[in-house]
Design a protein around this ligand. Structure first.
Ligand SMILES: Nc1ncnc2c1ncn2[C@@H]1O[C@H](COP(=O)(O)OP(=O)(O)O)[C@@H](O)[C@H]1O
Ligand SMILES: [Mg+2]
Length: 344
């Protein structure tokens, strides 16, 4: 039997920092060599043959030649408003099975206002909001009251999220929306500001879902009193140790159950496959709302939320990677490929 061959597809973070005219978080979504090596090591350690493939414009011919049995997809995409869906779309066209969600889900999750429409239609609670495209007049709907929260509609990794994202009046709102348009180009999403606690919930699998211990972001631990309760890009860079997170979150079982059910409902509604991480925040009354879903959650060992939650749940990094592979193989009816991994 031939050894199962996995193509590891990624977008590598450039060595050099962002260009001078680009925001410093321009490449925040891309993976570091450390993450790519860790995933590759987990796969080879389990007996899979692994080929690393950068998701650049040459990816299609390389995949067509190589035809791996499965692709482990880490790629955030090179460019464009549906960039995360490009690699799955190519794989779908070539008939190569892959880990994680399909093109529709990845494009939808990247567009926060669109994803929220799907959730609202399915009864998943989301904060009220309004989207402003560059050039739109900034006229707020009457249902939206200050304070509001302003973030890029189509970015991730807290790109463009700072303490100034919380706006208290029209002047601050206009300044923040215009800054996002100028710095990131795409639409800005304005939402009701949810002042409560913040959690992230890791979901694994298809049909039978596994939820890892819930992680809470501890804003009151932040040493800068000006920073406020925002999981900003700076927070993710500077306050990235266990001092600033609680996992499992110190919450009543009733709330934990509610958060888990909400995360699974958001995951299912948007047809997430194999793995995802759902960000949730409470309003002033303690009711949870879904902020967004990450169908390509960060997998940097010891740093990204999902590996941290898995670790607390007793799942080592290597096993987390293999769980994702198993979920994909099972979904594609390829469990024999799992058996073939050690036979070469
Ligand atoms: N409506 C909101 N109210 C309060 N805080 C918010 C709201 N939306 C986002 N945030 C804050 O901004 C952070 C990043 O927003 P999120 O929607 O998760 O986007 P990203 O894809 O950048 O992670 C959240 O973790 C949260 O701290
Ligand atoms: Mg988030």
């Amino acid at each position: 039997m031939k050894r199962t061959h996995i193509g590891l597809v990624f977008n590598l973070k450039p060595e050099a920092a962002a260009e001078e005219d680009e925001p410093p978080d321009r490449y925040a979504e891309y993976d570091s060599p450390r993450t790519i090596c860790a995933v590759a090591d987990a796969l080879t350690g389990a007996g899979y043959a692994v080929t690393r493939l950068e998701a650049d414009e040459e990816l299609y011919p390389r995949l067509r030649r190589l035809r791996p049995d499965l692709v482990f997809n880490l790629a955030e995409g090179l460019r464009g408003e549906s960039r995360e869906s490009h690699v799955p779309a190519i794989l779908e066209m070539l008939g190569i099975p892959y880990t994680g969600s399909g093109p529709l889900t990845l494009a939808l999750a990247l567009d926060k206002p669109m994803a929220k429409r799907v959730w609202a239609a399915e009864g998943v609670p989301v904060p009220r909001g309004q989207t402003f495209y560059p050039g739109d007049p900034i006229v707020l709907r009457r249902s939206l009251r200050f304070p509001l929260f302003v973030k890029p509609a189509r970015e991730g990794s807290s790109m463009g999220v700072t303490p100034a994202s919380v706006v208290r009046d029209k002047r601050e709102l206009v300044a923040q929306v215009e800054w996002l348009h100028a710095s990131y180009g795409g639409p800005a999403l304005v939402e009701e500001f949810l002042p409560g606690r913040e959690f992230t919930v890791g979901v694994l699998g298809n049909r039978d879902y596994h939820v890892f211990p819930i992680l809470e972001v501890l804003f009151d631990r932040v040493p800068d009193p000006e920073h406020g309760a925002v999981y900003s890009y700076r927070f993710k860079q500077e306050w990235d140790t266990w001092d600033y997170f609680a996992c499992p979150a110190d919450i009543p079982a009733e709330l934990a159950g509610r958060l888990e059910r909400l995360a699974i409902a958001a995951y299912r509604a948007i047809r997430c496959y194999d793995v995802g991480r759902v960000d949730i925040r409470l309003d002033a009354a303690g009711n949870p709302y879904v902020l967004e879903i990450n169908p390509l959650p960060g997998l940097c060992p010891g740093y990204s939320d999902l590996p941290r939650m898995a670790q607390v749940g007793g799942v080592a990094y290597e096993d987390l990677v293999l769980w994702i592979v198993d979920a994909a193989l099972e979904r594609h009816g390829l469990l024999s490929a799992r058996l073939a991994r050690q036979t070469a």
